[in-house]
Write a protein that binds this ligand. Sequence first.
Ligand code: HEM
Length: 514
Amino acid sequence: MSSNDAPVYTLAEGRPVQDPSAATVLMGSKPRGGALSLLADTQLIETLAHFPRERIPERVVHAKAAGAWGEFECTEDVSDFTSVDFLNKVGKKTKVLARISTVAGEKGSADTVRDIRGFAVKFFTEEGNWDFVGNDLPVFFIRDPVKFPSLNRSHKRHPQTNVPDSTMFWDFHNNNQEGVHCLMQLFGGRGIPASLRNVNAFGNHTYKFGKPEDGTFKYVKIHLKPDAGIKNLESDEALRLAGEEPDYHIKDMYNAIERGDYPTWTMYFQVMDPKDVETYRYNIFDITQTWSHRDYPLRPIGKLRLNKNPENHFQDIEQAAFSPSTMVPGIGPSADPMLQARMFSYPDAARYRVGPNYQQLPCNRALHVYSPYQRDGPMRVDGNYGGDPDYVRSSFRPMRFGPPDIAHDEWAGKVALFTSEVTDLDFEQPRDLWKIFKETGEDKRFAKNVAAHVGKALPEVQKKTIEMFSKVDQEVGEAIQRELDELEKKGGAGIEHDKAPVKGKGMRCKDSKD
Ligand code: HEM
């Protein structure tokens, strides 16, 4: 760029300015007499006033992430069960925006921690945006949405000590044992990915995919599998990296995309006929359980490729807003109360975090949108529909409308049966997982990982955790106890127990005798 082509530096309102690095001051009369800043120095005021306003609230969960643009290609004919636009032709490509995150840590936290990875992808389809908002583990910790804030607080910082606290982590899970399957997954070999390019992604919930033209649908579980395979870190290596290279995963993905080594995933669906719902062993609206691949094999659907880093992280990724409620004709929610709660929560969070017109930002904006009943509001930039009628059923604005929704599930009436009551069924899939751990030699590592974490919890909490895992299989409890005993021998006296309880009526503190 010749110096003539270089941009002229201006204030935010366009006024060219002589020197961006100098404040205008009133000089003292004596040598070294100091100087007074002036309210008339617009540059200084603008610079200082904008700085503390650079931050928007970070996401209350999933605050830290890598993100990238890419494309999805439909590779299979799925016309037997859905006519959804982005899957209606083999070879059809759809632009996407992806964000892969940790959950509990803040925006500045380390990448290589034992935590779920969030995996969100916005599909910019011809019929509106579809957001896939999933995780790298196939199941979740709870099935009742009212527990979501509590779950996350127990994984975050203690309200008094301001540090993560094993006692409250395990106390929450001991008393909400529907999460045992997810805990087995998290503390097994897949709890710390080697790279974000090597993680699975699961929709977790049951969704409906169907044909708006005739209202039919099938139930679907969505899986994305990394073509480069699943790779994970051992705890020791992860711990080292968390100290030496806290942004390890973000750098890895950014650099891979920069050098053209684009990460790809194959999307698969498990497809279930609605008539199976009542007879299937597991409640398909319960997010703590999976469908066996033997019963419902993985059916390939298409290919996701991330091939472009964001021009600017804040603009493209931090301001991106994903939501399970962002659906297109042919996709619908099932009668899973967690999913329905999420459909409220994400747009609510985006309105607070980014602002009520967040859908207009380039990272969120649908390819074709005509939504004239949403008007005005802060930072409107899209023309605001000019003089178009802003009320429904106007005689003066012809409009065409979309297709009807796919059918509602007949099972909606059963939502009320959802409770957190834990039965032996909750331990059945973890029991199967334990058998796999034993076959693959992962059992010892699992026990070690749990012991390293729960070993910091208060002894009575440890005891309850062992009891919980013993319900999966007596051996699991024993294996964890052995590892705890090992830790104790190696210097357990040095272990400082986290302090979850606080002093207060009806609560015991660490030192109390009662
Ligand atoms: C982020 C709520 C369960 C995956 C978030 C955010 C909220 C939230 C408020 C922050 C959104 C933002 O600021 O833009 C909830 C509630 C849940 C729930 C209320 C249950 C009742 C789940 C489950 C999954 C999941 C089961 C995965 C299957 C994600 C992901 C993000 C996220 C991937 C990050 C999205 C992004 O990259 O912007 N969740 N969540 N959440 N959640 Fe959930």
